[in-house]
Design a protein around this ligand. Structure first.
Ligand SMILES: NC(=O)c1ccc[n+]([C@@H]2O[C@H](COP(=O)([O-])OP(=O)(O)OC[C@H]3O[C@@H](n4cnc5c(N)ncnc54)[C@H](O)[C@@H]3O)[C@@H](O)[C@H]2O)c1
Length: 308
């Protein structure tokens, strides 16, 4: 049994991760400022510390009593970060710097959650971790800066795994947020009988990874720390166009759901597809949940009938 500190543990990924760590017999301390997270959903066995990752002292104190840190806390969408760039920079880059410093000081491993947004628009092929990073958003640039703090500290003894998740989806993702991901938005629209709005011609594609798969990767990473730093994609290696996604969701939901053109999107990334090989080599990780199954589980949850 190990003790872990999870920043952002009241958010979508953090709640699943915390529950899975507790389930596996570990103990979990969560640091969250509750700016978007929901403490009511945190398992009772987790200890919640309400605070901000921009507070280096709090992070350092909490890291003293644990065996590893998983740093998830962020202003977690490109659009949300654009709405308040100064705050987003302080949280996304500054919070990562503080998590790196806390783990380094306590000599414990760190799993730092970055993002596929660091790649920018890499074209339709699968991007490996060696692909040059040219983020198109301030969010992606801040995530890349966070990675650089970890890489630098790893030269001086920190064990750091940097995970770059692609598009994570699943039960618990907030469809009512203005920053909701495309899957939860489409399912919410379909369940309300509204049209599914597909931006552009719908050929833009994404690598959708189911939440349970990503959580398995994060747990593998924190429980098998490597000397120095390793960067891995959190992805499936399978691209799905947004139009294909809309058709799948219409099929699953049944009924007479219209698919309509939407207003377009500003992030500029036409294709986002990860190469999953390094995560397989390093941690024996492979995504297991097929999109059709993951969509079914997400739909069941959004319908209010969680089948999990
Ligand atoms: N969901 C995805 O598809 C995806 C893809 C790539 C990367 N990520 C990254 O994964 C991480 C988690 O994303 P998520 O989808 O669970 O987002 P989320 O918004 O659901 O969760 C983020 C959590 O961090 C907390 N938080 C925000 N600012 C904080 C601060 N200053 N101090 C302490 N806590 C703070 C929020 O209250 C929330 O509980 C983020 O780093 C995000 O950038 C997510």
């Amino acid at each position: 049994m190990a003790r872990y500190l999870i920043t952002g543990g009241c958010g979508f990924i953090g709640l699943h991760l915390t529950a899975a760590l507790l389930q596996a017999g570990h103990s979990a301390t969560v640091l969250d400022d509750l700016s978007s997270g929901n403490p009511a959903k945190l398992p009772a066995a987790a200890r919640l510390e309400e605070g901000c990752v921009t507070d280096a002292g709090t992070l350092a104190r909490l890291a003293e009593g644990v065996d590893g840190v998983i740093h998830l806390a962020a202003i977690a969408s490109i659009a949300a970060a654009e709405a308040n760039p100064e705050r987003a920079h302080a949280v996304n880059a500054g919070g990562a710097a503080n998590a790196v410093a806390a783990a380094t000081r306590s000599r414990i491993p760190l799993v730092l959650i970055s993002s596929a947004a660091v790649y920018g628009d890499a074209g339709p092929g699968a991007v490996s971790e060696a692909y040059p990073c040219r983020p198109l958003s301030a969010y992606g640039a801040d995530k890349l800066q966070g990675e650089q703090y970890a890489l630098k500290a790893a030269e001086n003894g920190l064990s750091a795994t940097i995970v770059r998740p692609f598009n994570v989806y699943g039960p618990g993702q907030d469809a009512s947020s203005p920053y909701a991901g495309v899957i939860s938005r489409f399912i919410a629209a379909a369940l309300s009988g509204d049209p599914l709005r597909v931006n552009g011609d719908g050929s833009q594609s994404r690598d959708f990874i189911y939440i349970d798969d990503l959580v398995r990767l994060l747990i593998a990473a924190i429980s098998q720390p490597r000397p120095g730093a390793v960067i891995v994609n959190g992805c499936t290696g399978i691209a799905t166009s947004v139009r294909e996604l809309a058709l799948k969701i219409r099929h699953l939901c049944g009924g007479d759901i219209r698919i309509e053109p939407g207003p377009g999107r500003s992030s500029g990334v036409a294709h986002s597809l990860g190469d999953p090989r390094r995560a397989a080599e390093q941690f024996g990780f492979r995504a297991e949940v097929a999109l059709a199954d993951g969509l079914q589980r997400t739909l069941a949850w959004q319908r209010g009938t969680d089948l999990q």
